[in-house]
Every structure is written in structure tokens, then in C-alpha cells.
Write a protein of this length. Structure first.
Length: 121
């Protein structure tokens, strides 16, 4: 128990987290549901999903609220079908230079890797 406690206590100090009392400035005038908030490994950027009745957009922005950019737009509005908030899934690469986005198009799973250095996907 003490070995694993010591081993994983070192891992707990590696990641950075936002202070829960600090509010992240996000433009959301129409109160569209936001999900999948992921903080970059260096703690300087955040990526999140907005889902408006099936029309999803993945945004990348700095934690100061500046330089917001839509890196993926998919789907279409459908008020008659239940909205699926499970997709897209977001994850940062350990070096913090790429974002992995797993999304669905016509019941097929797609994977997009977005490179922050050159803006290519």
C-alpha cells in the first residue's frame, strides 16, 4: 500500500488543474449546452464542445478567453431526434501539441488529429 501510495502521489502532482473558483470566460449567448471540457497538459489552452440540438462545434481557446477558434463543425440541427451528448470525444496528446477528436458521421466513427503548431488536421 505504501509503495503504490508513494508512486501515484508523484503522478498526482504532474497535472495542472483550474481552480474551481475561477470562471473560464466562454462566449455562449444562447445558453447552448457545453461539454467535454479538457485542459491542455501545460494548462494554457482549453478545448470544449458546444451541441445545439445535434449541430456540434469543437472550440479551442486560451484560458484567458482570447483566441477562440472552431476546429471542427459537424452534424445538423434536428429538433425531432434526441440529442446525443456523448460525441465528440476530446483528448490532448501528452506533449500538448495535438488534440484528438473522435466524432460520428452517419454512424461511422471518425478520428481527427488537430495540430496546434500549424493548424492542420
Amino acid at each position: 500500500y505504501s509503495f503504490y501510495r508513494q508512486h501515484y502521489s508523484q503522478d498526482a502532482n504532474v497535472g495542472t488543474a483550474l481552480d474551481p473558483s475561477v470562471k473560464l470566460p466562454v462566449k455562449n449567448k444562447r445558453a447552448i449546452p457545453l461539454s467535454q471540457l479538457r485542459l491542455s497538459p501545460n494548462g494554457q489552452k482549453v478545448v470544449y464542445v458546444s451541441n445545439e440540438a445535434g449541430k456540434t462545434r469543437v472550440y479551442l481557446q486560451g484560458i484567458d478567453g482570447k483566441n477562440r477558434k472552431a476546429i471542427l463543425k459537424s452534424g445538423f440541427k434536428n429538433i425531432f431526434q434526441a440529442t446525443d451528448y456523448n460525441y465528440p470525444l476530446l483528448s490532448w496528446m501528452p506533449n500538448g501539441q495535438k488534440v484528438a477528436i473522435m466524432y460520428e458521421v452517419r454512424d461511422k466513427i471518425k478520428l481527427l488529429l488537430y495540430n496546434l503548431e500549424d493548424g492542420k488536421s
